[in-house]
Design a protein around this ligand. Structure first.
Ligand SMILES: *Cc1c(COP(=O)(O)O)cnc(C)c1O
Length: 362
């Protein structure tokens, strides 16, 4: 997780996540307790708001973002189905590998890392794919891609979108943009511990799913009963819901919706802009393509002659600030600075810039 304050979930006066930690510290509820079921239904309703969707099949699944990347593919692709994957970073790469393992014929459309996905090139890559997949916010490179444009060009294909880093951070409109299958994660801009994956699927995509997916746990057909209230009330046992995590998510979603989604997006946008301006004022060079930079995850080049790991260690030890290393080919040459959820604010930006200025001696 790339966030900028170290004690993400620690107790004490500086805990920036009181709503999320309250759910973890509350007396445990049983997973069949009617009170828990009520809170789960509320969490699902709030997730629909955060995804900007009316999909009844919208729920927090008990696993990380990657597991639900896997769910997205195992439920939609059969042996030989064509899947076009837009690749502009690590998570697009991962999608290719997941789809390949479930027998898909993967048509990858590569982009230079640091660049956004080119919707026209992706749409032209195959005349009739079953699925077109793309990452909305590439956390490995700090780049945002235009999902609405892909939605316009998708034709009859199902549009599968990774929104792990965008949800609760930057504008995301699943229905308006034509997203058929979306998965996200709890631990990025939602500001909840890792371990839950908000998932949404349209009825159109659900109807076209694989009848018997090669995974029992991730079979969306079996999960209908788990969703319960959203699908007509009858709840059957599938797995034991992680109750404390659902309460934590509930608290965080409440906070986001109380603040208001547009206000949350705006707060991230402003914080990211200030950070990116400040880094350039320190003489540092941003990595992601201008005009496509994510506010919640800024990539910046490590200056010539500077030891990336040493700077990160010093930030952590002396300032309690955690920034990420780069990924893949850019592991040692790029830093990734997260401003996610409650961390997207002026104080954090000032703190990070001040600490970097000190450590780099600028
Ligand atoms: C973090 C992340 C994932 C993976 O989520 P995990 O919870 O680590 O499995 C997938 N896609 C993107 C864009 C991410 O940032």
């Amino acid at each position: 997780m790339t966030m900028t304050t170290r004690h993400l979930l620690g107790p004490g006066p500086t805990n920036p996540y009181p709503e999320a930690t309250a759910g973890l510290a509350a007396p445990l509820l049983g997973h069949l307790d009617p009170e828990f079921i009520r809170l789960m239904d509320e969490a699902c309703a709030m997730l629909r708001d955060v995804w900007q969707t009316g999909n009844p099949r919208t729920l927090p699944l008990s696993a990380t973002g990657s597991a639900w990347m896997e769910a997205a593919f195992v439920n939609t692709v059969d042996e030989g189905d064509v899947v076009v994957v837009a690749v502009n970073g690590l998570f697009g790469e991962r999608m290719c590998e997941v789809a390949r393992r479930y027998g898909a014929e993967v048509v990858r459309v590569d982009h230079e890392w640091g660049q956004p996905v080119d919707p026209e090139r992706v749409a032209a890559a195959h005349p009739a794919p079953k699925v077109i997949a793309a990452v909305h916010a590439e956390t490995s490179t700090g780049v945002r891609s235009d999902i609405a444009a892909l939605g316009e060009l998708k034709g009859d294909a199902l549009l599968l979108v990774d929104a792990v880093t965008s949800i609760g951070g930057t504008e995301l409109r699943a229905d308006a943009w034509g997203v058929d299958i979306g998965y996200a994660g709890s631990q990025k801009c939602l500001g909840v511990p890792p371990g839950l994956a908000p998932f949404t699927i349209t009825e159109r995509a659900f109807a076209r799913r694989v009848e018997t997916p090669r995974s029992w746990y991730l079979d969306l057909g079996l999960l209908g009963g788990y969703v319960g209230g959203t699908a007509g009330g009858r709840r059957t046992y599938h797995h034991t819901a992680p109750t404390a995590m659902v309460l934590s998510l509930h608290g965080a979603l409440r906070r986001i919706l109380d603040e208001g989604l547009p206000a949350v997006w705006e707060r991230h946008a402003r914080a990211g802009e200030r950070l990116q301006e400040g880094l350039q004022e320190l003489g540092l060079e941003l990595f992601a393509a201008p005009g496509h930079r994510l506010p919640q995850l800024t990539t910046v080049r490590v200056p010539e002659g500077v030891d990336s790991a040493a700077v990160r260690a010093e930030l952590l030890e002396r300032y309690d600030i955690e920034i990420g290393a780069g990924v893949g080919p850019h592991a040692d040459t790029v830093w990734r600075i997260g401003l996610m959820g409650p961390n997207a604010g002026d104080d954090t930006v000032a703190m990070v810039l001040g600490a970097l200025k000190d450590v780099l001696g600028r």
